[in-house]
Design a binder for this molecule. Sequence first.
Ligand code: UDP
Ligand code: MG
Length: 314
Amino acid sequence: MEKELITVVVPCFNEQEVLPLFHEEILRVSDGMTEAHPQLEFEFLFINDGSRDGTLDILRKYSAEDSRFRYVSFSRNFGKEAAMLAGMEHSKGDYVVIMDADLQHPPKLMPQMYEYVSSGEYDCAATRRVSRKGEPKLLSFFSRSFYKVINKISQTQIVDGAQDYRFMTRQMVNAILDMPEYNRFSKGIFSWVGFRTKYIEVENTERAAGKTTWNFWKLLMYSFEGITAFSTFPLAFSVIFSILLFIAALVLMIFAIAELSEALAVMCLICFVGGLQLFCMGIMGQYLAKTYMEVKRRPKYLIGETEETNRKER
Ligand code: UDP
Ligand code: MG
């Protein structure tokens, strides 16, 4: 019987509290799957994204106990995007699953995802949040608006509520790895590469332990990343505004001819034009900054240690 390897990729940043729970749960689920499908084999690939707690020690221990547990440890924190990329790059599986360590992406959905993908009907199974329960109202509002805006101005459609919990075929993973960009916005990348994706609708799950590192500001910056990575529409702002300005100038000219509060009109105009120029320059600056980072071709992450280097040292 031909073996099928599933790589479970888990980005970890300061997850010492939740890792033991995750470990237990992932073993329970994967054992169940190998029982039902004897051809299945697993490898568990943890990416330690520069944790400052005992995460790395726990990962070392797991890999010493069980050779199916592997890890890649970054030299510092590079962010979840880099961690997911490193996971895919180091994965050996015929299938790759990406899931969070905090059990917000329930491992128990994995058998169902496997069924969808192994049937050949889909190349990817992902979860989609249908409720935003337990999330601050303001945050929900901004998230919804973000999806509306990006889907209007970008050709790449991003599904509202789609999560990074994904079960993918090797083909799809290779397609994602073919995208060399530095500014990685996975939600967009997953969608850009195409392939047939089955969305499984889930309720929001609370973190099992530990705490999130995301806050409003980080999410706002991340959504900006998404817009600039998948749309150049904001660059067209200056053109649109300049047309509006031309019309405004015409109207003002009529007012000026009619001699209605000249001074005020001039002042308004100065503020308006000045602000607008700065705004458009700001947008251009953002794209320039992104281009600058891409052109530098810096590595997207650096590895401090892996389970292989660790084994050699001992
Ligand atoms: N994570 C990471 N690097 C970071 C931040 C987070 O690898 O810089 C990991 C984290 O360990 C977790 C996943 O990404 O497994 C999701 O993070 P978190 O639970 O903090 O985000 P949330 O679920 O609140 O969106
Ligand atoms: Mg989480």
